[in-house]
Design a protein around this ligand. Structure first.
Ligand code: GDP
Length: 141
């Protein structure tokens, strides 16, 4: 076990549905510390830069449009093994394949509008956290 940080996002579909509070409760119940959070509306350029790793995928443009359709809530989470544990709490990318009790199973509408994001590795967390937050915005405790 090692203490890690990950970038989580409550995506625009979940904000629009009014389930952000329920998702934050799951984060708190899991024992993760929220070091930073802010409600933002991404521009197309913001989303394109964040998802640049998916640039060659057929859904890239659609994904970027979806992420700009309304506000989203990026957060920095900290905890033991938090990268993998947050992804387990999120569930599979496709909500139809997500395990019962996971956030995507309970709140996501489609493989694209799937409620939440989580970094998939230490390397992606190292890119994604500073994409949204300056180090002065993180509140360790
Ligand atoms: P994640 O790590 O589970 O979020 O999944 P990926 O890194 O593979 O994909 C990033 C995001 O792209 C997903 O969370 C979805 O919002 C979207 N996405 C993934 N696969 C598809 C797909 O087949 N079609 C569409 N339209 N969007 C997808």
């Amino acid at each position: 076990m090692s203490v890690e940080r990950t970038l989580a996002i409550i995506k625009p579909d979940a904000i629009a549905k009014g389930v952000a509070g329920q998702i934050v409760t799951r984060i708190e119940n899991a024992g993760f510390k929220i070091l930073a959070a802010k409600l933002i509306r991404m521009s197309h350029e913001d989303a394109a830069g964040f998802y640049v790793v998916h640039k060659a995928r057929p859904f890239y443009r659609s994904l970027c449009t979806f992420m700009t359709q309304g506000p989203c809530l990026p957060m920095v989470l900290e905890g033991d093994n938090v990268i993998q544990r947050w992804r387990e709490l999120m569930g599979a990318t496709d909500p139809a394949k997500a395990a019962p009790g996971t956030i995507r199973r309970d709140f996501a509408a489609s493989i694209e509008a799937n409620a939440v994001h989580g970094s998939d590795s230490l390397e992606s967390a190292a890119f994604e956290i500073p994409y949204f937050f300056a180090s002065l915005e993180l509140c360790p405790r």
